[in-house]
Design a protein around this ligand. Structure first.
Ligand SMILES: Nc1ncnc2c1ncn2[C@@H]1O[C@H](COP(=O)(O)OP(=O)(O)OP(=O)(O)O)[C@@H](O)[C@H]1O
Ligand SMILES: [Mg+2]
Length: 250
């Protein structure tokens, strides 16, 4: 059974950075097979992990709708797409990466979303750990592409707007009956420990802080992969202390 970690939160709070650090630590711990899912159409996760993506699920769907004649005779369209998606997975040292992208062409998004949900649910079963980096905001929740997961980790900065967004995500998760076994949140980019009252208001389990890390700033400026981040980086050390709360199988 795979263990799925989905990451959500306001724009720019560090979702992609943390997804990369999770993959880095899961690999370091030899935790098992890992699938990184870049569910943000901007494909930042791949870049943060130093992976070049050739094809996205979106581009595959576009190609199929542009040239339906490429579907072998007698093969159902969904089976063909599933096969194409499977071959689009990039193999990197220690993990695989699936990039969602977004289809450009016209068409029914319900069909696309349903198909994506089915295909990814199937693919995810083949891995021990799946880490999903979502785009900012709430759309992935309302579209239900973030549905069942083991840990839903909401990332916030130490700002009122970030915390408000975290609270809203929690409300939406309840409203939409999204079943996460753990509903967690952490503060990224700051040492500021939150007061109990603020935590209570957000309604998610507060697991700690990842401080601002000059080595991440440097890597980001240089476009360097976070898989190469110095093992003693303050962000990695902080995450090592709380990782059990995110992905320890109990
Ligand atoms: N702990 C940290 N210390 C220093 N810089 C950080 C830290 N976390 C994230 N950053 C930097 O903050 C910026 C935004 O981070 P990131 O891209 O991970 O956010 P995001 O939530 O994925 O953004 P988006 O909503 O656009 O997808 C990046 O330049 C990243 O390098
Ligand atoms: Mg991001």
């Amino acid at each position: 059974m795979s263990y799925t970690i989905a990451i959500a939160g306001k724009g720019g709070t560090g979702k992609t950075t943390l997804a990369s650090l999770f993959i880095r630590l899961l690999k370091e711990d030899n935790s098992g097979s890992i699938l990184a899912v870049d569910a943000d159409p901007n494909n930042n996760l791949a870049e943060n992990l130093g992976v070049k993506v050739k094809e996205t699920v979106g581009s595959i769907l576009d190609a199929v709708s542009r040239s339906p004649e490429k579907i072998p005779a007698g093969m159902p369209k969904d089976t063909f797409i599933e096969y194409q998606v499977q071959t689009s997975i990039t193999e990197a040292p220690g993990f695989d990466l699936l990039a969602m992208g977004r289809p450009e062409g016209p068409g029914c998004y319900c069909y696309v979303n349903n198909l994506l949900r089915e295909i990814t649910a199937k693919l995810m079963k083949d891995y021990d750990y799946v880490v999903i980096d979502n785009e900012a905001g709430f759309e992935h929740l309302s579209r239900r592409t973030t549905r069942a997961c083991d840990s839903l980790l909401v990332v916030s900065d130490a700002t009122r707007a970030g915390l408000r967004a975290a609270g809203r995500i929690n409300a939406l998760v309840k409203e939409l009956n999204i079943s996460a076994k753990r509903n967690l949140f952490l503060i990224n980019g700051s040492d500021k420990i939150l007061e109990k009252e603020i935590i209570k208001k957000i309604g998610l389990d507060y697991i700690g802080n990842i401080p601002a890390d000059p080595l991440i700033t440097k890597a980001s400026l240089n476009g360097a992969s976070l898989m190469e981040l110095d093992g003693g980086a303050v962000s990695l050390n902080a995450l090592r202390k709380i990782k059990e709360k995110i992905w320890h199988r109990s």
